[in-house]
Design a protein around this ligand. Sequence first.
Ligand code: GDP
Length: 202
Amino acid sequence: MADFKKKIYHQTSFIKSVQNLDQAPPDKGYEIAFVGRSNSGKSSSINSLCDQKSLARTSRTPGRTQLINFFEVDANRRIVDLPGYGYAAVSQDIKRVWQISLIKYLEERECLKGVILVMDVRHPLKENDIQIIEWSSQSSIPVHILLSKIDKINLHEQKKILQETKNFVDEKNINASVQLFSSLKNWGMSEFDDKMNKWFEF
Ligand code: GDP
């Protein structure tokens, strides 16, 4: 069964890039959105899941940081790679427009089953990350947090940050799960895979 599922993600293909969520594919089936600060390891997590080296980069045009990329797992299931945030170069106006668009997407998108929030384990819970967690919660969208690049710190630090992040979501009474992850080493892949399968109802 596990091999069968792996093959499904391996077949994931790029559908399209859009600038505005109004141009998203029809609101049908299942969608899982990936969010995170730029350089958090978001693209790498999608590529690891799908066992493809450059899937989440194929559509990336330098300088066009605000594009939203859609990938098709199968006819009914999509992965959405939302723009990485934290770019100093992006103007306040553009940031505000994007925030409004993201809130609307979280509130209105019927097919959205969950949000994968990728945070570099060394820089967790920045302001924008917390906003995403809160907005998702307000829209009753579950969040799964990948604390990424854990190969860069030792086991003791990993456990400490995992616990602190879990405490944060518990205190806020938010529907979020948290795990340690490394795309480089493929650590945490089965937990990540299980969450995706659950939300996609595989
Ligand atoms: P994105 O901007 O959030 O999509 O991040 P990327 O996936 O492009 O990764 C940003 C940088 O971090 C790249 O240089 C990756 O090679 C590196 N990176 C991503 N995941 C890992 C990981 O698990 N471990 C290590 N050591 N580096 C990683």
